[in-house]
Design a protein around this ligand. Sequence first.
Ligand SMILES: Nc1ncnc2c1ncn2[C@@H]1O[C@H](COP(=O)(O)OP(=O)(O)OP(=O)(O)O)[C@@H](O)[C@H]1O
Ligand SMILES: [Mg+2]
Length: 268
Amino acid sequence: MTLTVEALSVRFGSTPILRDVGGLRAQPGELTALIGPNGAGKSTLLRSIAGIERYSGQVSLDETLLDSFDIAERARHVYYLPQDSGTRAALSVFEAVLLARRTTHVSDRRHDLQRVRHTLQSLELEAYAERDLGQLSGGQRQRVAIAQAVVREPRVLMLDEPTSALDLHHQLQVLEWLVAMARERNMIVVIAIHDLSLAARFSRHMWLMGNGGRVQAVGTPREVLTEARLREVYAIHAHVDWPADEPPRVTPLSATRSLGGTSSWQNF
Ligand SMILES: Nc1ncnc2c1ncn2[C@@H]1O[C@H](COP(=O)(O)OP(=O)(O)OP(=O)(O)O)[C@@H](O)[C@H]1O
Ligand SMILES: [Mg+2]
C-alpha cells in the first residue's frame, strides 16, 4: 500500500496555493516528514489528501483514487489531525479518547477499552485519564488529540505539527512512539514538522515544500536536507551534520533575507 500524490493543485478563490504538487510517495511502516516554511502549503496539502480541501489532481492509495471513496469511507482510511487541535469538550480524557475510538470501531468493547488504556499509557497520559479536557495544559491537550487520532487506526494518519506544544522529553517520546507504531501496525504516518533535526532523526522520507506551493525536494533526509537547499528554501545559513554515533543535527546559524522577498531584515 502506497500513498501517492500527483499533479495536485489547490486554489483559494483565484489564488493558487498548491501548484502541480507531485512525485510524493509515503509507505506504510515508516514516518514521512512534511517540511517547509510558513505558508508553503503543508497544511493545505494534508487537508487535500484527507479530502477536506477541494483540489484537482490525483491522490491514491495503491491503484485506488481516494476520490472514489465517499466521505465516511475516506475519513476511515485517512485521518488528518489539524495543527492547533485539541478539544475542550466536557469529557474526561478517557471518555474523549474512547469516543474517538468508537467513531471507527464498534465491534469489541473490551478490546476498545484496552486499546484506549494502552494508548494513554504510551502517551504518558494515564495519570490524567479522569481529568476533564478543560483542565489540561496545552501540551497535555495536544497529546490527548494525538491519542484520539491514533486510536482510530486509519491506514493513513496525518498529524499537523503534532509536537509543537510539547516539551523536549515529550517531543522525543511521542516521535519515538509514532515510529514504533507505524512499524507495528504497518500504518502510513505523515507529519508536518518545523524542527528539522527531529524530522531528520525520525523520518525515513521527506517532502519539502517551498514558497509558492511547489515541491522543492523529496527523498531521504540526507538527500533533502542540504545546506544549499536550506539557504534557498528557508533563507537561512545552517550547518547540517550527520554524526556517525549521534542523531543528525540541523543548526540554524542566521537568516539570510526576508522569505518571499528581497529586502533584508537588517535594513529595518
Ligand atoms: N482559507 C484560506 N483562504 C485563503 N488563503 C488561505 C486559506 N488558508 C490558508 N491560506 C493561504 O494558503 C497558504 C498555505 O497555507 P498553509 O496553512 O497550507 O501553510 P503551511 O505550510 O501549513 O504553514 P505553517 O507552517 O504556518 O502552518 C498561505 O499563504 C495561507 O495564507
Ligand atoms: Mg500549517
